[in-house]
Design a protein around this ligand. Structure first.
Ligand code: BG6
Length: 522
């Protein structure tokens, strides 16, 4: 079969027709995946139901999937093909972002298949291979298949081996085979290297798509637009003007129901190693020569290579564990009382670290990274805090309420950017106080932002790797974090308790107070 070109734009219709009203060279048009299918391992899991299935429907609804797209579920459950369809339908009804349209659903559901089996079952993988060949024939998927491993990393080796054994990982001619993996990519540098070796044995690095869903968020990509499409910020984006940077990812939810994954893992591995270090890389990197994936990743790697922990770690890091309390008018229990957790658990639910980026641009500027569960509210933001003006020609009593200028990228919720600066208070005196100026996605644009998984799944199908961290980034991130994890593990005391609904343990405040700074209250 002649393979269809991948990455058609919306101007080119699936059957080769060109829409005369839309110029396919227009890069603003949405990109549509070429013929292909997606296989999800771990299809019964939470991620699959809450994020992957709805995102696939949303992509279909936006017309971004090829007409013959196929979705294959692989799991142990003894489901008939119809049961699988029902599960996807329920997930779509509950979690899809875009409205339900029966005709889109009907077309999409024609491409659903389910293969039952366990990961060590050769027959099941042979059956999977037959199913994909059949799809190539009846749906025209063209031999192009992505395998989404939404499964614990301990199962990666067996699944990768099975894919190789059944011939499913082999790329033939113009056909492609890609593997999508989700964090955790190991639990330290050593295990990450092992895991990468296992995956790379079967799939070459350019066929491996590692999901860090933060990179799929519009607001995170907007950091690059803000920095590199404007003249305004670049001159002040350095140690001459920036005092420090605070990167916060706060969640109000607790960890009930996630003990299997979370206990023993903790906030630093779960969030700092990936999401927050990636946000730091976007904030601190130099301008890439172009937005090609190689150039973009090269700049990220450079900045991660220059990033180092600031010590002494007992003063410059903090870890905490939430205890019971009141949150949003509701009484909630502490981590140790959550179902499934070891009552003696030392797993941290709050983690904060201090790093610096040793480059000419950033030398001496601390980057504070913090994340936690059961905090005051759900908010993720990057706050660039500027130095104070060298001289204030005002009466000191007139500037008491003047803080430091700040530029805050509001990653979520209420996506946008806030600038904080001093302004004259109306009246007969020269009193100056902080004011803010806001850009909000909700008011500036009419179209709603796609979910991160929509963007990332589409990019996998298009073979567009820019938003997926490479091996080297993952390993370097562990190298940065490992000394903190080791220092914490070596201590006799566990994480500091903090009440649910607060902003973390006191040690987090002390960590900034030692240099006369305070955390922003987002
Ligand atoms: C995941 C973490 O990567 O991100 C979870 O494993 C966390 O612990 C989640 O809850 C938060 O994602 P978001 O997009 O809601 O900020």
């Amino acid at each position: 079969m002649t393979p269809m070109p991948t990455g058609r734009t919306a101007g080119q219709l699936a059957d080769g027709w060109t829409n005369p009203l839309r110029d396919p060279r227009d890069k603003r048009l949405p990109r549509i995946a070429g013929p292909c299918g997606l296989v999800i391992f771990g299809v019964t899991g939470d991620l699959s139901r809450k994020k992957l299935m709805p995102a696939i429907y949303d992509l279909a609804n936006r017309g971004l999937l090829p007409p013959g797209f196929a979705l294959v579920g692989f799991a142990r459950r003894d489901w008939a093909a119809d049961d699988f369809g029902d599960v996807v339908l329920k997930a779509v009804r509950e979690h899809a972002r875009t409205p339900f349209r029966q005709e889109v659903w009907d077309k999409l559901a024609e491409g659903f298949r389910f293969v039952q089996g366990s990961f060590d079952d050769d027959h099941a993988f042979d059956q999977l291979a037959r199913t994909l060949h059949d799809l190539d024939r009846v749906r025209g998927t063209g031999g192009n298949h992505a395998f989404y491993l939404s499964i614990p990393p301990s199962a990666f080796p067996v699944v990768c081996k099975q894919l190789a054994r059944s011939g499913l990982s082999a790329q033939d001619g113009d056909q492609w085979r890609r593997v999508v993996i989700e964090k955790p990519f190991g639990h330290d540098l050593g295990s990450a290297i092992e895991l990468n070796e296992i995956v790379n044995e079967v799939f070459p690095e350019d066929s491996v798509f590692r999901i860090d869903h933060y990179l799929g968020k519009e607001t995170v990509q907007n950091v690059l637009a803000l920095r590199f499409a404007n003249q305004l910020f670049e001159p002040i984006w350095n140690s001459h003007y920036v005092d420090h940077v605070q990167i916060t990812m706060a969640e109000d939810i607790g960890l009930g129901g996630r003990a299997g994954y979370y206990d023993g893992i903790g906030a630093a591995r779960d969030v700092i190693q990936n999401h927050l270090l990636q946000l730091l890389a976007f904030t601190a990197m130099e301008e890439p020569v172009s937005f090609s994936s190689d150039e973009l990743r090269a700049e990220k790697i450079k900045v991660l290579n220059a990033t180092r922990l600031v010590g002494p770690l007992e003063e410059t890091t903090a870890r905490g564990q939430y205890t019971g309390g009141w949150q949003g008018g509701e009484k909630v229990v502490g981590l140790k009382e959550e179902e499934g957790y070891d009552p003696e658990s030392r797993t941290e639910t709050f983690a904060a670290i201090t790093v610096e980026v040793d480059t000419r641009r950033w030398a001496g500027v601390p980057f504070y990274l913090r994340t936690g569960k059961r905090l005051g509210r759900r908010v993720t933001e990057i706050a660039v805090i500027f130095k104070r003006a060298p001289h204030l020609p005002f009466d000191a009593t007139m500037t008491e309420e003047l803080g430091q200028n700040a530029l805050v990228v509001r990653v979520q919720p209420d996506e946008g950017v806030t600038m904080r600066f001093g302004s004259k208070v109306p009246g007969s005196q020269m009193e100056v106080r902080d004011v803010t100026m806001d850009f909000g996605y909700g008011t500036a644009f009419t179209e709603a932002s796609p979910e991160a998984y929509e963007r990332l799944i589409l990019d996998v199908l298009l073979g567009e790797p820019s938003l997926f961290p490479v091996n080297q980034e993952v390993e370097r991130s562990w190298q940065i974090l490992d000394p903190v994890l080791e220092a914490w593990a070596a201590r006799e005391d566990g994480p500091d308790p903090y009440p649910a609904g607060s902003w973390g343990p006191d040690s987090a405040n002390r960590m900034l107070a030692r240099t006369g700074r305070t955390w922003r209250r987002p």
